[in-house]
Structures are given as structure tokens and as C-alpha cells.
Design a protein around this ligand. Sequence first.
Ligand code: BGC
Length: 914
Amino acid sequence: MRDMTKHSYSAAGFAVLGAIAFAACSLKPAQPNADASTQGGSSVSTGGQGVGGQGGSSAIGTGSPTGGSPAAGNATGGSPTAGNTSTTSPTGGNSAVGGSAAGNPAGGISASGGTSTGATPAGGNPAGGARTGGISTGATPAGGNPAGGVLAGGTFAGGIPAGGSRTGGAGAGGSPAGGTPTGGIPTGGIVSTGNVPACAAPPPPPASYTIATHMTPVDAQATSLVSAMATTDKINILSGDHTSTPYTTAGVAFRSLGVASLNIPNYPMRDGPRGMRNILPGDVSTCFAVAEARAASFDLDLEYQVGNLQGREMRAAKNELALAPVINTLRHPRWARAQETYGEDPVLLGEMGAAYVRGMQQPGGCAACPKHYVLNDTDNNRMQANPSADMQTLHENYSRPFEITVKKGDPACIMVAYNLVNGTHCTENKAVLGDIVRTQWGWGGFLISDWSAAQAGHGAASMNAGLDLEMPVPSAFTTLSSDLTAGTLSSQTLTDAATRVMNARTKFKDLDAAYMASTASFSLAGAQEAVDLAKKTELEGAVLLKNDGILPLGSLATTVGSGSPNAKIIAIVGPDNNLPVAPTATQNSTANFVSGLGDRGSSQVVAPHAVSYAQGLQARGGLTIKQSSDTSAASGADVVIIPVSMAHEDEGESYGGGADRQNMNLTSIHPKHWTTKPTAFIQSVAAINPNVIVLLNVGSAIIVEDWMASAKAIIQTFYPGQEGGTALAALLFGDTNFSGKLPFTVGQNESDYPQFQNSGSAAATIDYYHGYRLFEKNAKPVRYWFGYGMSYTTYAYSNLQVCSGATIAAAGTLNVQVTVTNTGKVAGDEVVELYIGYPNSKAPKRPVKELKAFKRVTLAAGASQNVQLSIPASDTAYWDMTNNKWTVESVAHTVLVGPSADPTKLLSATFTIQ
Ligand code: BGC
């Protein structure tokens, strides 16, 4: 008979016990300046200047195609003349190559290289195609409506380039002259000289997109092992280790039980995602920049490598399951654990999560467990929080990151959150567990509870809803045996749960003794590979928010033409002038200890070392580094750096003093360890020395309005990881160009963000809109858009083309191509972002636009690259609450491509889904 009394604690009680246990273990792009537009807005297309005339740039319109109708098929070399009409559209072909077209070539290239004179192609409607290289003179194409296509190299009068672009031509009479983009949205613009490059096929996905371990079908060894188990064995392997005492002993709270008689050892697990959490004495692991910084890299390959290295370190420390990544949607920047997740956008979250999982689950790594499913985005009340969300909101914005991670990463496990959803605890909420995760997604992994999330005595309810494994000790699952007797739980349900857990273990070779014995050699902390990768996470993750000509420092400033070429004396001032530092295991549990590396919650790590900003700069040589915790070192310095770091007590997982942030500014409360708060401090430093650079060493968005004028540069460093100082020095001097982009929106007023109900258990209504979706819908002022980040160069976007044709099937793929040019003096990496807009949606709710794809490209100074982006049409679907399914709308959509979510910076085109 087990003595369960010591395990029957409330969730809140465990928070205290847990704290003990855990503590013990503790552009300015040279782009056309199109007017910001709103949907259905202006009837005047304002845009960039076409070379040789006032050609308008792109205008998404609703103008009707008038005039001629299509020339059927491919009229290669032919000469369709004015009035050539046909009722068939040549889709995907080249119409009138070498000739002229008066038709309606959809998806092809119309009038390529040909000459259209007189009235031809009058009234043509090259939808989705490209009209390139031709010369259309006189009245042509008058009244045409090249939707989604490109008019290039010609002279265009009177056309309505709806969603397309007009490049290199001379638009007579304005833009577009004679045409009426009524109701259209003149968005962005494309200006280029010369011909539009032909569409290239999207490149094949890189190797890091390969899933090495699939959870289905079930491994035969797992089935066979479970068939040999007694009922109590099955219940045991679905429970945290409650047989070792005290269960709070380091390590015990992080393993579930095995079956000795079948040679199945306990199942050890460990937290990420900053690195492997230190639990046992001597645990040291590589400390990366936090996940929020890695999200800012928009670099899936980098995140794959991070997952892979963490996986090998987990293995080296004899762990078999990594409790990471965090892929909760950052609904509000004040969430204590914002630093652990990948920002506000479901697609960025899902893609990053999948990349981490794919890396982690490669041979040599271990099983991954994305968390915390679902709607876990406040911390102070995380065990009672009761968000109420309709199914469209839940599917599109909160379960979507998990769905993408499941489909593109196939993790072994998903952790179920503490909170309730729509009145029922997640751990027993069939509507979000079984119905979505298993039935909708068909995923074969197992569901684990967050630590003490399952409700005492609710065994059958939890397991019937879909929960497989309860941690760290059985509290709900204490009833499983009696549930079987009572018939409220079937033996098949128990067997299925046991099989899912064993399936994960056998697939990752956890029961292969020889393999397990070999894994100690995987240890990497301190190895050059780990140091380089940790440094890269910050080099790519730091976001340059503002630069009033103070950066770069040193000789690169001469090349760039602005910056501080003679910076030699660098002051680092304020209470955080010595950060970051690597905490020891003891310091990891010390209240008010500020490391600058992130919170002291479950994601804490003990790094082999940490390079502070001062050390990183000092190591460059030839500089004088002055430091003071007050303003004194500022006087006489060439530049003054003010690192502003949050501590666990400001934004940290809610135990051991951690909590949600109380507000988003630096003026009144945070950081708590600053006696004079940063706003006043920054202003007083600026009065002494105006060359101020502020480092936001924090997990998410800070309102900068009241102090930004006192800083010449602002850098969101996030918690930068063990190599943070080295990386910052390289960025300040431009050895590596800035390339990070914000994974969240920085508004001007905290009141413009969604409600943040982080106390009590009363139902909190979760609105459909958050982040840039909310700011754009409400037209609220944004300081820095999602996806925004500066560098020492500039990029121009041109020639947006819908390569897949103006019309694609619901089962088809949207392919677009855009030319990105580095128009500055130094090389850089640019993140190209693709959004879809829904101007014709009939769905009850839809954002103005939302991110669907992104790609990071490297461009030498002056270089151009044609970048292909591609999404399945099904990615445009919304969750239809009437029919309970994803639904693709057969209407015209907008595709917007550019450097950030800022609507004034995006090129646009239209395409229709049939
Ligand atoms: C956290 C989880 C973590 C678990 C085990 C919980 O308090 O919410 O993220 O994996 O503890 O440390």
C-alpha cells in the first residue's frame, strides 16, 4: 500500500515544494515610399516612380477587367493584334511571346519581349502573370488590369495594376493614368529598372527540415513490452517517481517510473530551452541566448542546431526527454516567461518550435516536449487562470504553434498546461487534448502534465481526455486502479497511454543499454562548437531598434559613412554594468541575484562561463573601458553604454520570487534592483554625455516613448547567453552586421495591448486579435513593428511576382518571387517576410494580414537576390466554427512581401484561390 499522504498536495502547494526542489537543483531600405493605406482605401495609386515616367507602383484594386478577352493557349511568336479575342485564358503559359497580347493571360507571361502598338493589348487582363520586356505604346494597355502580375519595361497607360507591379516603364498621365483603382489599396510599390527576372522554382528545403524520428507507426518493441506489463506496471510508467524518498531529492522530481522486471529503467527528463537545466550537482550546459532572441533571428537552421546541441548535452547528462521548447503565443509582453518562447506570431512560433524539435530528435539527441499546451500566457495565476477563447481564436492563434510543430517536427511529447481553458483544466479538457491533438492532428506522441497540473483524484477524467503521463508524482492518477474497477476507465485506454510512452522511449533507443552507455561522450559545454553556436544565437538575435548615427563604432563607420569612427573610450554605466555573469548553482537559487542571462525558473542553466559586455569589449584591445554603477564613468567617454536588465523578480517563472512584469515601462517599477529607474537614469546620463547606447537586456517588449530621445541607439539584446559580451562587441563594431528582427510588436502605449488578466480564476475572455494583428486592426500607433530591425546597410525590395499564377487550387501552392537588393555599403543578412491579407474574406474574423513564411538571405554590398517564398494554399485557411474545420476561402487574397509587418514597407500582389 503506497503512502500517498505526502503526495496529496494542491497545485499551489507544489509551487512551494517545487521552489525548494528547483532551488536545490536547482532599411532604411531604399524603398518607394508608398502611402500607408488601408483596405478599400484610396482611389489614387501613389507609389514609387517608374524610371522614365510616373508609373505607379502596385495597386491592389477591385477594378474590373474590361476590354479584350484572352488569347487562347500559347501564342508563341505570334502576333495577336488588336481586338484578337478569345474566351479562353492561357493559364500558365506564355502568351504572345514576341508578339503582342490583347487577351487575358492568367498566370503566364503576356507580351514578353513583344511590341504592342496601337490599341493592343487594350483592356487586357494579365492576371497573375508577368508582362515583361514588351513595349506598350500609345493607348496600351489601356484599361487593363494586370492583377497579380508585373508590368515591366514598357509604357503603360490607363491600366489598373491590381496587386501587381509596374516596373521600369513610363506610366503616362500618372499612376496609373486613365485607370481607376477604385477601392484598391495602393500598397508599397516596386521600382526597378530593366526587366523583371523570370520566376525560378523554389529551392528544395535544406537538410535541417528532415524529421529523423516519427512517432507513428508505433514501434513493435513498445507494443510487445506493454503487452508484457501488468496493470500496475502500466500505471507506474505513467507516473512520476513516487517510490524514491524524499521525492523532492534532486533528480527524483524529474523522472517517471520504469519496470524493473522488464529491464525498463526510470525515465529521466530535464528542462530547456535556454540550455539544459542544472538539477544535479555538477550539471553544466551551454547557455544560449534565450528563445525570444533566437526567434528574432528568424533562422530555422540556427534553431535546428541549437536543438541538436541541447539534445546531445541532454543525452550526455543521461536525460531522455527534454522539456522544451516553449511555444506558447506571447499574447502580452508582460508574461513572466516571454523570454522562453518565440514571440507573438503562431507561424514563427510553430516553425521555430519544429526546427528545435527536429534538431533535438536527430540521432544522438533525445525526445522533445513542446510546452505548455495551451493558452498558458500569464504566470502569477497560472494554476487557476481560466482563459475563455472561441475555437477560431484557439485554433488560429494558440494551438496553431503546436499543430505546426507536430506536423513539421513530430515531437515525442507535449506538455499540458496548468491553466484551465473554457472552464476546464487543460489536463482533463478533451476538447483541447483528445479532440484536437489526437483526432484532428493524428499525432502519435504522448501528453505529459506540467508539474502538478493534473487535479487530485481526477485520474479517469484526465486519462480519458488524453493525458498519458502525470508528473512529478501521481495525484490525479492515484485513482487509475479504482477507475478501472469502476469502469470509468477502460483497460484499452490505459494500454494506449502506456504504449505511447514506451513508443517514445524505444524510438529514441532509451532501452538500448550499449547505446546509452556511449552517450556520456556527447558532453559539449565549453567546447568550441558550443561556444560558437551560443555566440551565433546572440549575433543573429540582437535587434537594433534605433541608431541615430552613433553606430557602428570604429573603422567600419568610415565605410558606412556614419557612426563613431574614433570611439576609443567606452563607458558602461548603471547597476547592470557588469552583466551578464554566469551564476553558480547556488546563485541560481539566490533571491535578487541578477545574472543578465534570464530567469531562475525551470529554464535556468549553469553555464561554463559568461562573457560580460565589458569583458567582450575589453577583449577587442585598443579600447579603454570605464565602468560605474552610477553615472560617473559617462563623463569624457566617446560612447556610454547603459545595459538595462530585468531580474527573476521582474519577469521570471512564478516561484522563488518570479512573477509577471507589472508594466511595460522602465519608469516606475522595473527593474526592481534599480534604485533610480532607467528612464531617469538614462536621461541624467544623456545630460552628461549624449552618446548613449541603451541595451534592453530583457525578455520582451519595453515601451520606449519616455526615454528614447535620450538614447542615440537602442539595442534589444534580450538575455544574450554565455557569449553575450563577445557578440555585442562584434555587433557594435560591425564585425557582424545586425540582422535580428523583433518577434513581437512594440507599441507606444501599453493600453493598446490586449487585456492581461494575471490574477484570480475568473474567466478571462481572450480576444481573437493580439500583437500586430491588434495594432493593425485598431490602427494604434506602433513604435517598432513585428519583424522590424535595423542594420548597417539598407535593402530594397522589387519585382514581386506571383509565380504560381493568379489562380491556384485550394490544394495548390502559392509561389512568389521578390528581388532583394543590398543597397548599402556592407554585407548583411535580411529576413524576407511574407504575409497574407484577406480583403475579401467572409469569415467572421480575420486579421488584416498575418505572417505565413519568411526567409533569411545573405547579401554582399550591392548584391541582389531573387528570393522565392512558397506556402500551400491551405495555409490561408481560417477555423470555421460552424463546420468545425479549417476552411480555405475561394476568393482573391493579397500576398504582401517585405522587411517587416509595417504596412508601408510591403509590396503586394493578389492571387485567387479557386
Ligand atoms: C514549468 C515547466 C517545467 C516544469 C518542470 C513547471 O513549473 O511550468 O515548464 O517543465 O515545471 O520543471
